[in-house]
Design a protein. Structure first.
Length: 374
Protein backbone atom coordinates (compact mmCIF):
# COMPACT_ATOMS: atom_id res chain seq x y z
CA UNK A 1 0.00 0.00 0.00
CA UNK A 2 1.24 3.53 -0.75
CA UNK A 3 0.40 4.50 2.83
CA UNK A 4 3.14 2.10 3.95
CA UNK A 5 5.69 3.33 1.42
CA UNK A 6 8.52 5.39 2.86
CA UNK A 7 9.96 8.25 0.82
CA UNK A 8 13.34 9.98 0.97
CA UNK A 9 13.22 13.45 -0.57
CA UNK A 10 16.59 14.90 -1.55
CA UNK A 11 16.57 18.60 -2.39
CA UNK A 12 13.42 19.17 -0.33
CA UNK A 13 13.75 22.97 -0.37
CA UNK A 14 14.33 23.30 -4.13
CA UNK A 15 11.78 23.71 -6.92
CA UNK A 16 10.91 20.03 -7.38
CA UNK A 17 11.16 19.31 -3.66
CA UNK A 18 8.69 22.07 -2.79
CA UNK A 19 6.32 20.86 -5.53
CA UNK A 20 6.55 17.32 -4.17
CA UNK A 21 5.69 18.33 -0.62
CA UNK A 22 2.83 20.50 -1.88
CA UNK A 23 1.47 17.63 -3.97
CA UNK A 24 1.61 15.26 -1.00
CA UNK A 25 -0.18 17.78 1.20
CA UNK A 26 -3.02 18.07 -1.34
CA UNK A 27 -3.42 14.36 -2.01
CA UNK A 28 -6.56 12.83 -0.55
CA UNK A 29 -5.71 9.16 -1.06
CA UNK A 30 -2.93 6.99 0.35
CA UNK A 31 0.46 8.64 0.03
CA UNK A 32 4.04 7.81 0.98
CA UNK A 33 5.35 8.77 4.40
CA UNK A 34 8.44 10.99 4.53
CA UNK A 35 11.34 8.98 5.97
CA UNK A 36 14.07 11.56 5.35
CA UNK A 37 14.60 15.02 3.90
CA UNK A 38 17.73 16.77 2.69
CA UNK A 39 18.75 20.24 1.61
CA UNK A 40 22.09 21.60 0.51
CA UNK A 41 22.46 24.87 2.40
CA UNK A 42 18.92 25.86 3.38
CA UNK A 43 19.20 24.81 7.01
CA UNK A 44 16.45 27.14 8.23
CA UNK A 45 14.01 25.97 5.56
CA UNK A 46 14.87 22.35 6.33
CA UNK A 47 14.26 22.96 10.01
CA UNK A 48 10.87 24.50 9.18
CA UNK A 49 9.82 21.19 7.63
CA UNK A 50 10.28 19.43 10.97
CA UNK A 51 6.86 20.53 12.23
CA UNK A 52 5.04 18.96 9.28
CA UNK A 53 7.27 15.86 9.17
CA UNK A 54 8.49 15.23 12.73
CA UNK A 55 9.25 11.58 12.00
CA UNK A 56 11.62 12.38 9.12
CA UNK A 57 15.36 12.42 9.47
CA UNK A 58 16.97 15.60 8.14
CA UNK A 59 20.34 16.03 6.46
CA UNK A 60 22.22 19.14 5.36
CA UNK A 61 24.36 17.87 2.49
CA UNK A 62 26.79 20.83 2.54
CA UNK A 63 28.01 19.52 5.90
CA UNK A 64 30.54 16.70 5.19
CA UNK A 65 29.48 14.66 8.22
CA UNK A 66 25.80 14.91 7.40
CA UNK A 67 26.49 14.12 3.75
CA UNK A 68 28.28 10.93 4.79
CA UNK A 69 25.40 10.08 7.11
CA UNK A 70 22.94 10.63 4.27
CA UNK A 71 24.86 8.33 1.95
CA UNK A 72 24.90 5.71 4.71
CA UNK A 73 21.14 6.08 5.19
CA UNK A 74 20.52 5.69 1.47
CA UNK A 75 22.46 2.44 1.55
CA UNK A 76 20.97 0.95 4.71
CA UNK A 77 17.95 3.00 5.83
CA UNK A 78 14.29 2.05 5.91
CA UNK A 79 12.68 3.43 2.78
CA UNK A 80 11.33 2.19 -0.54
CA UNK A 81 11.67 5.16 -2.89
CA UNK A 82 14.06 8.10 -3.07
CA UNK A 83 13.19 11.20 -5.06
CA UNK A 84 16.51 12.77 -5.99
CA UNK A 85 15.68 16.42 -6.66
CA UNK A 86 19.16 17.78 -5.97
CA UNK A 87 20.75 20.08 -8.54
CA UNK A 88 23.94 19.39 -10.46
CA UNK A 89 26.52 16.61 -10.66
CA UNK A 90 26.72 16.56 -6.86
CA UNK A 91 23.52 14.49 -6.91
CA UNK A 92 25.14 11.55 -8.73
CA UNK A 93 26.56 9.68 -5.68
CA UNK A 94 23.10 9.67 -4.10
CA UNK A 95 21.57 8.12 -7.21
CA UNK A 96 24.22 5.41 -7.31
CA UNK A 97 23.78 4.59 -3.61
CA UNK A 98 19.98 4.28 -3.94
CA UNK A 99 20.28 1.91 -6.89
CA UNK A 100 23.02 -0.13 -5.26
CA UNK A 101 20.61 -0.64 -2.35
CA UNK A 102 18.01 -2.03 -4.78
CA UNK A 103 15.47 0.74 -4.14
CA UNK A 104 13.35 2.80 -6.53
CA UNK A 105 15.07 5.98 -7.69
CA UNK A 106 12.64 8.71 -8.69
CA UNK A 107 15.11 10.79 -10.65
CA UNK A 108 14.73 14.54 -11.06
CA UNK A 109 18.51 15.02 -10.96
CA UNK A 110 19.08 14.63 -14.69
CA UNK A 111 22.83 15.11 -14.26
CA UNK A 112 23.00 11.58 -12.84
CA UNK A 113 22.04 10.01 -16.17
CA UNK A 114 23.84 12.63 -18.26
CA UNK A 115 27.14 12.08 -16.46
CA UNK A 116 26.98 8.38 -15.72
CA UNK A 117 24.01 6.76 -17.44
CA UNK A 118 25.74 3.40 -18.04
CA UNK A 119 26.86 3.20 -14.40
CA UNK A 120 23.34 3.83 -13.13
CA UNK A 121 21.74 1.34 -15.49
CA UNK A 122 24.30 -1.31 -14.53
CA UNK A 123 23.71 -0.68 -10.81
CA UNK A 124 19.95 -1.05 -11.30
CA UNK A 125 20.40 -4.33 -13.17
CA UNK A 126 22.66 -5.76 -10.49
CA UNK A 127 20.46 -4.86 -7.53
CA UNK A 128 16.97 -5.01 -8.99
CA UNK A 129 16.49 -1.29 -8.39
CA UNK A 130 14.43 0.88 -10.72
CA UNK A 131 14.87 4.32 -12.28
CA UNK A 132 11.66 6.32 -12.70
CA UNK A 133 12.39 9.64 -14.42
CA UNK A 134 10.86 12.75 -12.87
CA UNK A 135 10.84 14.95 -15.93
CA UNK A 136 8.01 15.33 -18.37
CA UNK A 137 9.80 13.95 -21.44
CA UNK A 138 11.30 10.73 -20.15
CA UNK A 139 8.33 10.00 -17.92
CA UNK A 140 6.21 10.30 -21.06
CA UNK A 141 8.44 7.98 -23.08
CA UNK A 142 8.57 5.44 -20.26
CA UNK A 143 4.77 5.39 -20.09
CA UNK A 144 4.49 4.94 -23.86
CA UNK A 145 6.96 2.04 -23.73
CA UNK A 146 5.46 0.13 -20.80
CA UNK A 147 4.87 -3.46 -21.87
CA UNK A 148 6.48 -2.85 -25.26
CA UNK A 149 9.47 -4.53 -26.83
CA UNK A 150 12.24 -1.96 -27.39
CA UNK A 151 13.23 -3.86 -30.52
CA UNK A 152 9.98 -2.64 -32.13
CA UNK A 153 10.81 1.04 -31.58
CA UNK A 154 11.64 3.08 -34.66
CA UNK A 155 12.05 6.54 -33.12
CA UNK A 156 11.73 8.31 -29.78
CA UNK A 157 10.55 11.92 -29.97
CA UNK A 158 11.51 14.43 -27.30
CA UNK A 159 9.51 17.63 -27.43
CA UNK A 160 10.93 21.07 -26.64
CA UNK A 161 9.09 24.29 -25.95
CA UNK A 162 11.98 26.37 -27.29
CA UNK A 163 12.34 28.24 -24.01
CA UNK A 164 12.10 31.92 -23.26
CA UNK A 165 13.91 33.04 -26.42
CA UNK A 166 12.21 30.89 -29.02
CA UNK A 167 10.78 33.84 -30.93
CA UNK A 168 13.79 36.13 -30.58
CA UNK A 169 15.70 36.76 -33.83
CA UNK A 170 19.11 35.08 -33.92
CA UNK A 171 20.79 38.45 -34.41
CA UNK A 172 19.58 39.56 -30.97
CA UNK A 173 20.77 36.52 -28.98
CA UNK A 174 24.21 37.94 -28.20
CA UNK A 175 22.61 40.72 -26.13
CA UNK A 176 20.20 38.54 -24.16
CA UNK A 177 20.09 39.30 -20.43
CA UNK A 178 19.63 36.75 -17.63
CA UNK A 179 16.17 38.20 -16.97
CA UNK A 180 15.14 37.47 -20.57
CA UNK A 181 16.51 33.93 -20.51
CA UNK A 182 14.73 33.16 -17.22
CA UNK A 183 11.27 34.21 -18.44
CA UNK A 184 10.07 30.75 -19.53
CA UNK A 185 6.64 30.85 -21.18
CA UNK A 186 5.40 27.43 -20.02
CA UNK A 187 7.31 25.98 -17.06
CA UNK A 188 8.26 27.04 -13.54
CA UNK A 189 11.77 25.66 -13.04
CA UNK A 190 15.06 26.49 -11.36
CA UNK A 191 17.42 29.06 -12.93
CA UNK A 192 19.93 26.70 -14.49
CA UNK A 193 17.42 24.46 -16.24
CA UNK A 194 15.50 27.54 -17.40
CA UNK A 195 18.61 28.95 -19.05
CA UNK A 196 19.35 25.49 -20.46
CA UNK A 197 15.87 25.53 -21.95
CA UNK A 198 16.69 28.81 -23.69
CA UNK A 199 19.94 27.44 -25.15
CA UNK A 200 18.31 24.03 -25.73
CA UNK A 201 21.14 22.42 -23.75
CA UNK A 202 18.52 20.77 -21.57
CA UNK A 203 17.31 18.93 -24.66
CA UNK A 204 20.90 17.94 -25.47
CA UNK A 205 21.06 16.39 -22.01
CA UNK A 206 17.73 14.67 -22.57
CA UNK A 207 19.14 12.98 -25.67
CA UNK A 208 21.85 11.49 -23.45
CA UNK A 209 19.26 10.47 -20.86
CA UNK A 210 17.05 8.76 -23.43
CA UNK A 211 19.98 6.85 -24.92
CA UNK A 212 20.90 5.55 -21.45
CA UNK A 213 17.39 4.84 -20.17
CA UNK A 214 16.04 3.08 -23.24
CA UNK A 215 19.22 1.51 -24.67
CA UNK A 216 18.74 3.04 -28.10
CA UNK A 217 21.36 4.65 -30.37
CA UNK A 218 21.28 8.47 -30.57
CA UNK A 219 20.19 8.49 -34.22
CA UNK A 220 16.85 6.99 -33.10
CA UNK A 221 16.16 9.90 -30.76
CA UNK A 222 14.70 13.03 -32.37
CA UNK A 223 13.83 16.45 -30.98
CA UNK A 224 10.73 18.36 -32.05
CA UNK A 225 9.79 21.94 -31.26
CA UNK A 226 6.37 21.95 -29.63
CA UNK A 227 5.61 25.33 -28.11
CA UNK A 228 2.45 24.30 -26.23
CA UNK A 229 4.30 21.72 -24.03
CA UNK A 230 1.28 19.40 -24.09
CA UNK A 231 2.74 16.36 -25.89
CA UNK A 232 5.68 15.51 -23.67
CA UNK A 233 7.00 12.51 -25.56
CA UNK A 234 6.10 10.26 -28.48
CA UNK A 235 7.21 6.84 -29.67
CA UNK A 236 6.99 5.65 -33.26
CA UNK A 237 7.07 1.89 -33.67
CA UNK A 238 8.29 -0.22 -36.56
CA UNK A 239 4.77 -0.56 -37.96
CA UNK A 240 4.45 3.23 -38.20
CA UNK A 241 2.05 3.59 -35.28
CA UNK A 242 2.73 6.39 -32.77
CA UNK A 243 1.95 6.59 -29.06
CA UNK A 244 2.09 9.93 -27.26
CA UNK A 245 1.71 10.99 -23.65
CA UNK A 246 -0.06 14.32 -23.23
CA UNK A 247 -0.84 16.55 -20.30
CA UNK A 248 -0.70 20.14 -19.03
CA UNK A 249 2.80 21.57 -18.50
CA UNK A 250 3.00 20.75 -14.80
CA UNK A 251 5.85 18.91 -13.08
CA UNK A 252 3.36 17.52 -10.58
CA UNK A 253 2.37 14.84 -13.11
CA UNK A 254 5.76 13.06 -13.38
CA UNK A 255 6.31 13.61 -9.64
CA UNK A 256 3.00 11.94 -8.79
CA UNK A 257 3.67 9.03 -11.14
CA UNK A 258 7.11 8.40 -9.65
CA UNK A 259 5.88 8.53 -6.05
CA UNK A 260 3.29 5.82 -6.68
CA UNK A 261 5.01 3.70 -9.36
CA UNK A 262 4.32 0.92 -10.34
CA UNK A 263 0.75 1.65 -9.25
CA UNK A 264 -1.60 4.41 -10.28
CA UNK A 265 -3.22 6.67 -7.70
CA UNK A 266 -5.79 9.50 -7.69
CA UNK A 267 -4.27 12.96 -8.02
CA UNK A 268 -5.62 16.49 -7.49
CA UNK A 269 -4.34 17.50 -10.91
CA UNK A 270 -5.95 19.06 -13.97
CA UNK A 271 -6.61 16.62 -16.80
CA UNK A 272 -7.88 17.07 -20.34
CA UNK A 273 -9.02 20.56 -21.31
CA UNK A 274 -10.16 21.08 -24.93
CA UNK A 275 -9.49 24.80 -24.67
CA UNK A 276 -5.88 24.14 -23.71
CA UNK A 277 -5.30 21.45 -26.34
CA UNK A 278 -7.25 22.84 -29.29
CA UNK A 279 -4.06 23.49 -31.27
CA UNK A 280 -0.82 21.53 -31.14
CA UNK A 281 2.15 22.52 -33.31
CA UNK A 282 5.30 20.55 -34.12
CA UNK A 283 8.33 21.49 -36.17
CA UNK A 284 11.93 20.45 -36.70
CA UNK A 285 14.43 22.60 -34.76
CA UNK A 286 17.16 24.26 -36.79
CA UNK A 287 20.62 23.25 -35.57
CA UNK A 288 22.11 26.58 -36.61
CA UNK A 289 19.62 28.28 -34.26
CA UNK A 290 20.17 25.80 -31.41
CA UNK A 291 23.71 24.40 -31.79
CA UNK A 292 23.51 22.84 -28.32
CA UNK A 293 21.42 20.04 -29.82
CA UNK A 294 24.37 18.95 -31.96
CA UNK A 295 26.48 18.74 -28.80
CA UNK A 296 23.98 16.33 -27.27
CA UNK A 297 24.25 13.98 -30.24
CA UNK A 298 28.03 14.37 -30.30
CA UNK A 299 28.35 13.48 -26.62
CA UNK A 300 26.01 10.51 -27.04
CA UNK A 301 28.12 9.17 -29.90
CA UNK A 302 31.38 9.72 -28.02
CA UNK A 303 30.08 7.95 -24.91
CA UNK A 304 32.33 7.46 -21.92
CA UNK A 305 32.72 10.66 -19.90
CA UNK A 306 31.55 13.01 -22.66
CA UNK A 307 28.27 13.63 -20.83
CA UNK A 308 30.09 14.53 -17.63
CA UNK A 309 32.30 16.98 -19.53
CA UNK A 310 29.33 18.61 -21.27
CA UNK A 311 27.36 18.92 -18.03
CA UNK A 312 30.22 20.41 -16.02
CA UNK A 313 31.08 22.89 -18.76
CA UNK A 314 27.45 23.96 -18.91
CA UNK A 315 27.16 24.36 -15.12
CA UNK A 316 30.14 26.73 -15.04
CA UNK A 317 29.11 28.64 -18.16
CA UNK A 318 25.47 29.11 -17.09
CA UNK A 319 26.57 30.34 -13.65
CA UNK A 320 28.90 32.85 -15.32
CA UNK A 321 26.08 34.06 -17.58
CA UNK A 322 23.68 34.49 -14.67
CA UNK A 323 26.37 36.50 -12.86
CA UNK A 324 26.70 38.78 -15.89
CA UNK A 325 30.25 37.66 -16.65
CA UNK A 326 29.72 36.28 -20.18
CA UNK A 327 27.24 36.85 -23.02
CA UNK A 328 24.44 34.37 -23.66
CA UNK A 329 25.91 32.80 -26.79
CA UNK A 330 29.19 32.08 -25.00
CA UNK A 331 27.48 29.35 -22.98
CA UNK A 332 27.22 26.90 -25.86
CA UNK A 333 30.54 28.01 -27.40
CA UNK A 334 32.38 27.16 -24.18
CA UNK A 335 30.61 23.81 -23.93
CA UNK A 336 31.57 22.97 -27.52
CA UNK A 337 35.22 23.87 -26.86
CA UNK A 338 35.29 21.68 -23.75
CA UNK A 339 33.75 18.70 -25.52
CA UNK A 340 36.19 19.06 -28.42
CA UNK A 341 39.26 19.38 -26.19
CA UNK A 342 38.39 16.62 -23.75
CA UNK A 343 40.24 13.33 -23.80
CA UNK A 344 38.29 11.93 -20.82
CA UNK A 345 36.73 8.98 -22.63
CA UNK A 346 36.73 5.96 -20.29
CA UNK A 347 33.81 5.54 -17.87
CA UNK A 348 34.49 2.78 -15.38
CA UNK A 349 33.41 4.24 -12.05
CA UNK A 350 32.56 7.45 -10.19
CA UNK A 351 36.24 8.40 -10.02
CA UNK A 352 36.29 8.71 -13.82
CA UNK A 353 33.20 10.92 -13.71
CA UNK A 354 34.71 13.14 -11.02
CA UNK A 355 37.94 13.49 -12.98
CA UNK A 356 36.09 14.48 -16.16
CA UNK A 357 33.90 16.88 -14.21
CA UNK A 358 36.89 18.58 -12.56
CA UNK A 359 38.77 18.85 -15.85
CA UNK A 360 35.81 20.47 -17.64
CA UNK A 361 35.21 22.97 -14.84
CA UNK A 362 38.86 24.00 -14.87
CA UNK A 363 38.89 24.21 -18.68
CA UNK A 364 35.88 26.53 -18.85
CA UNK A 365 36.96 28.61 -15.87
CA UNK A 366 40.29 29.36 -17.57
CA UNK A 367 38.43 30.67 -20.61
CA UNK A 368 36.05 32.93 -18.72
CA UNK A 369 38.57 35.72 -18.02
CA UNK A 370 38.79 37.12 -21.59
CA UNK A 371 35.00 37.03 -22.00
CA UNK A 372 32.73 39.82 -20.85
CA UNK A 373 28.98 40.22 -21.02
CA UNK A 374 27.73 43.19 -23.08
Amino acid sequence: MDADRRLVLLGATGTVGVQTLDLLSRSTGPRPRIAALSAHRSQAALQDLAAAHPQARRFLSSDPEQRAALLDFLGKGDYEVCLNATVGAAGLPYSVRVLEAGRTLALANKESLVCAGPLLMAAARRSGGAIIPVDSEHAALQQCLEGRDLATVRTLFLTASGGALRDLPSAELEDVTPEQALAHPNWDMGPRITVDSATMMNKAFEILEAVALFSLPPERVRVLLHRESIAHGMVEFEDGSVLAQLGPPDMAFPIHRALHWPKSAPAPLRGFDPALWRELHFEEPKLERWPALALGYQAARLGGCAGAVLNAADEVAVAAFLEGRIPFLAIVRLCAEALEASTQRILRNLDDVEAADAWARAFVTERLAPLRAP
